[in-house]
Design a protein around this ligand. Sequence first.
Ligand code: SF4
Ligand code: SF4
Length: 201
Amino acid sequence: MVGEPNAMSRYVRLRLSETFKFKCVRCDMCCGTGPNVSLTGYDVVRMAKFLQMSWKSFLRAYVNVIVADIFVFMSIRGEHGKCPFLHYKPSGETLCVVYPARPLRCRLYPLVVESVKPSHVYLDSFCPGVGKGGEKRPPERLVKHYVWELKTYYSRLTKLVLEEGLEPLQALENLLEALWSESEEKPDWANLDYIESLGAT
Ligand code: SF4
Ligand code: SF4
């Protein structure tokens, strides 16, 4: 089982073969205090389609697009300090209204992937669900698929900027348009049943 976090970090390094205890207690700390969810183009296409929106409308409504020098990043835009997709049932229970299409970072949380070498992940020890419930292992297939999406998305984006000379926003638009049309061919990444089969934390 995974050990205690060290004093310098809330994140505990965890090999994919290691076990940890986690059971979500639906406290809404992760979705209700930020949010800080970065998105790849794959997330954007899945979420927009799930909400029956175009990717352009989805970006306008829900996404912060940040240009830093020649690179561009996307993240969910918070509303009143919380994720706009976080709703509450009349009972007060939390509800993610894009749950089947939620970003892969959300699917993995409280595990966080910080490298493209998926031999290990990080466990957020601040999540109140950590240490509760039964022992489990990181969802290895999901981690590997997420790494594939990260590598593919950012390498395509970088190529458009560095090799084709596009400005970052134009590169983002071209790539989202390309992913949108590729999704029509029903690849695994656009199939929510396939994504569900990869598991979740
Ligand atoms: S994943 Fe953790 S922080 Fe998020 S709602 Fe569940 S217990 Fe709370
Ligand atoms: S998309 Fe859903 S799971 Fe992710 S932060 Fe928003 S409400 Fe939470």
